[in-house]
Design a protein around this ligand. Structure first.
Ligand code: HEC
Ligand code: HEC
Length: 143
C-alpha cells in the first residue's frame, strides 16, 4: 500500500501527485504511530511483576492466582464481591473473611473423602450464586 502511494506521488506531471503526497504523509504518519505503539511498553509491564501476597491466612502464595478467578465464577460475582477495589490485601470487605472460613471448610470436607481427592469445590455448593440454594426450585408449571 505504501509502495503504491510512492509510485503515484512521483509520477511526473501528474496532478494527483499533490493529493497523493498528502496521502503519503498520512500513511507515513500512520505507520510511525503504529511502530511507536508497538515499542511503547504495555501498562502492566510498567508496574513490574505482580507483588507477592502480603495478607494470606489460609492459602499458599502460589495458589492465589490459580484460585481467585474460580472463586469469582463459582459465586457468580466479580473480584469486588470479596475485595475492596484496588487493594486485594485489605480485609475491609466482610465477604473476604467469610470466604476464608469457606476455604477452610471446603478443605475439611475434602479431607474426609477416603480417596483424598478434591470432590467438593466452591462451585459444588454455590453454582454461580452468592448464597447456595437449600432446596430445588419449584417444579415448572405445566400448561
Ligand atoms: C469469594 C471471595 C473472593 C473472590 C470472589 C476473590 N477473592 Fe481474592 N481473596 C479472597 C480471600 C479469602 C483471600 C485471602 C486468602 C488467605 O487469607 O489466605 C484473597 C486474597 C487475594 C489476593 C492476595 C492479596 C494479598 O496481598 O494478601 C489477591 C492478589 C487476590 N485475592 C486477587 C483476587 C482477584 C484478582 C479476584 C478476581 C478474579 C479475586 N481475588 C476474587 C477471596 C476472594
Ligand atoms: C458445603 C457447601 C459450600 C461450599 C463447599 C462453599 N460454600 Fe460458601 N456458602 C455456603 C452457604 C450455605 C452460604 C450461605 C451461608 C449464609 O448465608 O450464612 C455460603 C456463603 C458464602 C459467602 C457469603 C456470600 C454472601 O453473599 O454473603 C461467601 C463469600 C462464600 N460462601 C465463599 C465460598 C468460597 C470461596 C468457597 C470455596 C472455597 C465456598 N464458599 C464453598 C455453602 C458452601
Amino acid at each position: 500500500m505504501l509502495e503504491l502511494a510512492l509510485n503515484h506521488t512521483w509520477a511526473p506531471g501528474s496532478n494527483r501527485g499533490l493529493y497523493n503526497s498528502g496521502m503519503l504523509k498520512t500513511l507515513l504518519l500512520l505507520v510511525s504511530i503504529s511502530l511507536f505503539a508497538q515499542d511503547a511498553p504495555k501498562p502492566e509491564q510498567k508496574k513490574g511483576p505482580p507483588q507477592p501476597p502480603k495478607n494470606l491466612k489460609v492459602l499458599q502464595p502460589a495458589e492465589v492466582r490459580l484460585v481467585m478467578r474460580g472463586y469469582a465464577t463459582a459465586l457468580g460475582g466479580q473480584c469486588t464481591l470479596c475485595h475492596v477495589q484496588g487493594d486485594m490485601a485489605s480485609d475491609e470487605n466482610p465477604h473476604k473473611e467469610i470466604a476464608r472460613k469457606m476455604i477452610v471448610m471446603t478443605k475439611e470436607i475434602n479431607a474426609k473423602f477416603p480417596d483424598g481427592k478434591e470432590h467438593v469445590t466452591c462451585f459444588t455448593c454455590h453454582r454461580g450464586a452468592h448464597t447456595p440454594a437449600t432446596a430445588p426450585p419449584p417444579a415448572e408449571k405445566k400448561e
